[in-house]
Design a protein around this ligand. Structure first.
Ligand SMILES: NC(=O)c1ccc[n+]([C@@H]2O[C@H](COP(=O)([O-])OP(=O)(O)OC[C@H]3O[C@@H](n4cnc5c(N)ncnc54)[C@H](O)[C@@H]3O)[C@@H](O)[C@H]2O)c1
Length: 356
């Protein structure tokens, strides 16, 4: 079996998760790692079998020409690394959510990948949790009857969490095409964060198969009292004519269906559990084009379009049709248009993030 070489750029929290998972999988060899923080880079090298290190991603990628170019930088760095991965001849680029901060950048990313036929995956890896898979299984089994609604809530703000909520609900809805969205937002605090977004956003999506998506993300989202850990207070599910099923990122799942009654089970998001299959499926896809990765770019793109259209709806008002036909700087639009009023918190403990 071929072993695929990997270069990883950005050895922070997520870079190390990726590094550990690639390093533990015999289908991959981490040949190079990069960070502009020398100490971080040296510490990472000792944990990842002492690959080549560099603070210059372009030089490293050009020298090593990896099969997989992976980057795990903050959201302000996307397009330059996509270009770099493509230019180095990588067969697959693995990168972190969100796809980009603006649709202007994301469209260029999409065009660059499409033009070169480069495979890409975006890390929406929570789906590998047993509790997520259980909900997908229940929805897919038909036990909910005709699914008419999918929904997701999170207390963390959109630049961190919305892309996850949308991706898993689109998965539950078999990635049916979205037709239009409408949204409203509050709170300018996180417009100055590197994970840039409103403090709170709520929106609806109309999917072409008739399913309605409902999203509630950030300071005004409802509590998920079953889950103590603030970042994992997410509830993501589906409702149909014969029941509902939902997963809580940090606290199990539950379902009520006509044929099965009430059921529930354990589960909690765990990077150590979710990363190995995420990485293994990259090897499967590299081996065989027909084994397309569940987190492939085209799936993440759908969520990204919805998110960008939400922002446009906030800035411009009204419904926004999809697909997007041109790029815009949605963050600049939000900065220009969002009112100065402070966001109203649902949870007192959210004051540590959004101010009291
Ligand atoms: N999928 C998930 O579950 C999940 C969870 C947390 C974070 N994330 C996402 O992962 C991304 C990274 O987050 P993180 O928490 O790992 O960030 P981090 O700050 O811990 O790590 C980023 C690293 O990139 C390095 N870096 C910055 N510019 C660089 C450059 N030009 N060349 C090389 N290295 C450079 C930094 O020095 C830092 O070490 C973000 O987009 C975040 O939203 C995803």
């Amino acid at each position: 079996m071929k072993q695929y070489s990997v270069v990883i750029v950005g050895m922070g929290k997520r870079g190390m998760h990726h590094g550990a998972a690639f390093n533990a999988n015999p289908r991959f060899k981490v040949t190079g790692i990069c960070d502009i923080d020398q100490k971080r880079l040296a510490d990472a090298a000792t944990k990842l079998g002492n690959p080549r290190t560099s603070a210059d991603a372009a030089a490293l990628a050009q020298e090593l020409k990896p099969d997989v170019f992976c980057f795990c930088t903050l959201p302000n760095l996307r397009l330059p690394f996509i270009k770099l991965g493509v230019e180095s001849g990588a067969k697959l680029i693995a990168f972190e959510k969100p796809v980009a901060m603006t649709s202007a950048e994301a469209l260029q990313i999409k065009q660059t990948l499409d033009r070169n036929g480069t495979k890409a995956v975006v890390s929406h890896q929570h789906r590998y949790g047993e509790h997520y898979k259980k909900i997908k299984e229940i929805v897919g089994s038909g036990a909910l009857g005709r699914v008419h609604t999918v929904y997701g809530t999170a207390t963390g703000w959109a630049a961190h969490m919305l892309s996850h909520l949308i991706d898993y609900t689109c998965w539950f809805n078999d990635y049916a095409e979205p037709e239009w969205v409408m949204a409203q937002a509050a709170g300018r605090g996180k417009l100055s964060d590197l994970h840039t977004s409103p403090d709170y956003i709520a929106g609806v999506v109309h999917f072409r198969n008739g399913v309605r998506g409902i999203y509630d993300c950030g300071a005004g989202a409802p509590d998920v009292s079953e889950v103590p850990y603030w970042w994992r207070k997410c509830r993501i599910g589906a409702q149909g004519t014969e029941g509902f099923a939902e997963v809580m990122t940090g606290g199990g799942w539950r379902a009520l269906t006509r044929s099965g009654g009430y059921q529930s089970g354990p589960g909690g998001m765990d990077y150590n559990y979710d990363m190995p299959p995420y990485v293994q499926q990259m090897a499967d896809w590299l081996d065989d084009d027909s084994q397309a990765h569940p987190c492939r770019f085209v799936n993440a793109w759908q969520g990204f379009e919805i998110m960008s259209a939400f922002y446009r709806s906030v800035a411009e008002g009204g419904q926004i049709p999809l697909p997007l036909t041109s790029g815009a700087d949605e963050i600049a639009l939000l900065k220009e248009k969002m009112p100065p009023r402070k966001v109203i918190l649902t949870l007192a403990e959210s004051a540590k993030e959004y101010g009291g």
